[in-house]
Write a protein that binds this ligand. Structure first.
Ligand code: ADP
Length: 629
């Protein structure tokens, strides 16, 4: 920490106060105090009179308006040495003076040193001065640092809230699985590198590009890669950092950002979470936000303000393009939109390869299997996954990441931290039957994803888990596949029912039932997969300004609503019956599998397949089963 004189002064204030008190209270003693230090011995007034009568008193010094006296006495009782003794005098003893004078004793009176008026004045001024000085210092201090308390008070003063990287060091090769976006941006790089070739033919360089996609899909990385490829500076700020407590602060920050960008053109300005400022204006719900609207207006003005060919390209990122103000999206502003989605299998494969480059990975690791096991993972999730596996490897003192660490890391990312398995008990048996219920249905149904493993090791909220290897293409799912998933999800509860009876079923299936209901309902209302016919009765479009509960966008009659409920019930009921049948028919192998599971805690997909195929015919589902082996 750098110690400035201000910091030192601020920290020393409490000490100054203490010293002041000490000084006033103790270090400025009265005259009596001085004398009393000398005259430690005391005597009574009566004794003093006696001494006086005996002629032993030599000198009397009066203090405190005659209330106290320091007397010099000499007598045999005092060892024939002159001694200074303190005497408290009565308030009203005028005869004493007469007596002293008669005895021709040296008298002197010392008036009280009256400097209290000065001290009173200093005392009453001291605290206000100290307080005001302290406050002034505090404000100066907080205004000099960006962020921190007191930031809100520095109205509109620009702080370096945006970051500038002269060289990002990121190139397109560092971004994987987003080939379309890269192609689109290749053009932007060329704009930045050779603007003349475009301006020569009268082409206007685009001012803004909007990157749309879920978090962690590499939007920031892409923007950095553009700057890196074009070798231009990269300015970045998050939309939420524009908006402050006071109206006008955001707008001034926008001005500052663009001023800096113009000074450094050509460059990339990256605004993350643009929806924080660029949200549709005047939506009404939730009240207006003057500050946000002013900031947005300023942003629009700035984007209009710089000529297309200054070489500043604004890249904004959001995952909610649908809620952005239409003024932002019109030509001349963010007129280009590039979507970056969660990567597909090939995308995951290439992202994993990029991040595996700087890690020591054992030869037995199949990146393809990891990519297969991680549908829905974003680029950031995959990077994190490899990192988790590397940490685990280091913790185990191994020198290369193996499949085991990668598997554990995937389980951890998907299902949470590993818990302690239950000891052999009734609950453990019930959980084992529940999981084997899922696994057997998943294995025997042709359209179900193959089982990767069943385990009794709890993770996160789940007491046991059955993992499946999802199919390649998650975007097109057939009716038979959805039905198989519903049946697979019902497998756990069905096994509990058959083995332990209706009264013993547990709450463990609540999550499964939620999924079952949601899938069945979507079949009816969104996918036209029921007797109601090919109708889209509900859609996913939701109003972002409303809570989740208020979002259902239903446009059907009460009559249809009843039909929907009946259809959902019918689908689930039929699936449930079929699953009960599967469990009953395969009770022998289920019992056998449960024993193995309790003994080993985990059964992998290959082993499971083998055991089941000894009892019954397992459909040759697809290529993954072979790969798992
Ligand atoms: P976003 O801006 O979309 O939220 P980021 O660009 O910040 O995501 O991504 C975070 C991290 O995830 C990156 O630094 C990178 O390590 C990793 N990552 C995300 N997407 C990709 C990708 N397509 N290729 C390589 N790495 C990626």
């Amino acid at each position: 920490m750098k110690l400035s004189w201000k910091t030192i002064l601020l920290w020393s204030l409490p000490f100054i106060v203490i010293i002041f008190f000490l000084w006033q209270g103790f270090l400025t003693p009265t005259a009596t105090d001085i004398e009393s230090n000398i005259a430690n011995s005391r005597m009574t007034y009566g004794r003093f009179l006696e001494y006086l009568d005996m002629g032993w008193i030599k000198r009397v010094d009066m203090y405190d308006n005659g209330h106290t006296a320091i007397v010099e006495a000499l007598g045999p009782e005092l060892g024939n040495r002159v001694q200074k003794i303190r005497v408290e005098l009565p308030a009203n003893a005028p005869e004493l003076i007469t007596k002293l004078r008669k005895a021709q004793i040296d008298i002197d009176a010392h008036p009280p040193k009256n400097n209290s008026a000065i001290w009173n004045l200093i005392g009453s001024l001291f605290f206000p001065i100290l307080f005001i000085g302290g406050l002034a210092l505090l404000f100066r201090r907080s205004n000099n640092t960006s962020g921190g308390p007191g930031q809100a008070m520095s109205f509109g003063k620009s702080k370096a809230l945006f970051q500038m990287e002269a060289k990002t060091g990121v190139v397109f090769d560092d971004v994987a699985g987003v080939d379309e976006a890269k192609e689109e941006f290749q053009e932007v790089v060329t704009f930045l590198k050779e603007p003349d070739s475009f301006t020569a033919v009268g082409a206007k360089i685009p001012k803004g590009v909007l990157l749309v996609g879920p978090p962690g899909t590499g939007k920031t990385l892409l923007a950095k890669a553009i700057a890196g490829e074009a070798n231009v500076p990269f300015f970045s700020i998050s939309g939420s950092e524009f908006v402050e407590m006071f109206v006008g602060v955001g707008a001034s920050r926008v001005r500052d950002l663009f001023k800096k960008a113009k000074e450094n053109a050509p460059c990339i300005v990256f605004i993350d979470e643009i929806d924080a400022v660029g949200r549709q204006r005047g939506t009404g719900i939730g009240g207006g936000n003057d500050e946000r609207e002013q900031t947005l207006n300023q942003l629009l003005t700035e984007m209009d303000g710089f000529e297309g060919n200054t070489g500043i390209i604004v890249i904004a990122a959001t995952n909610r393009a649908d809620i952005l103000d239409s003024a932002l999206l019109r030509p001349g502003r963010f007129d280009r939109q590039v979507t970056v989605d969660v990567p597909d299998l090939n995308g995951r494969l290439s992202i994993l390869k990029v991040h595996a480059k700087n890690k020591k990975i054992s030869d037995d690791v199949s990146i393809t299997t990891i990519a297969r096991r991680t549908p829905g993972f974003s680029g950031a999730d995959l990077a994190n996954l490899l990192n988790e596996a590397a940490i685990l490897t280091a913790r185990k003192h191994k020198n290369a990441i193996t499949m085991s660490e990668l598997d554990t890391s995937i389980d951890r990312v998907v299902a949470g931290m590993e818990g302690t398995p239950l000891v052999n008990s009734k609950s453990q048996r019930l959980i084992a039957y529940h999981e084997i219920g899922h696994a057997i249905v998943g294995t025997l149904l042709k359209d179900h994803d193959p089982v990767q493993k069943v385990t009794l090791i709890p993770r996160g909220q789940a007491k046991g888990l059955t993992w499946f290897v999802p199919n390649d293409d998650q975007s097109l799912i057939s009716r038979a596949q959805i039905i198989a998933r519903i049946m697979g999800a019902l497998g756990g509860r069905a096994a509990e029912e058959i083995v332990f009876g209706n009264t013993e079923v547990t709450t463990g299936a609540s999550n499964d039932l939620q999924q079952v209901t949601s899938m069945a309902r979507q079949m009816v209302t969104r996918f036209g997969m029921s007797d109601i016919g090919p109708l889209s009765l509900e859609n996913e479009n939701s109003n972002p300004f409303l809570g989740r509960g208020m979002n259902s966008n239903s446009e059907y009659s009460d009559e249809i609503a009843i039909k929907i409920d009946k259809q959902v019930q019918a689908i689930v009921k039929k699936c449930h019956q079929d699953v009960l049948q599967i469990i009953e028919d395969n009770r022998v192998v289920i019992d056998h599998l449960v024993d193995i599971l309790i003994e080993h805690e985990t059964i992998d997909g290959h082993m499971l397949n083998k055991i089941i195929s000894d009892y019954t015919e397992v459909p040759n589902k697809n290529k993954y089963v072979k790969q798992l082996a």
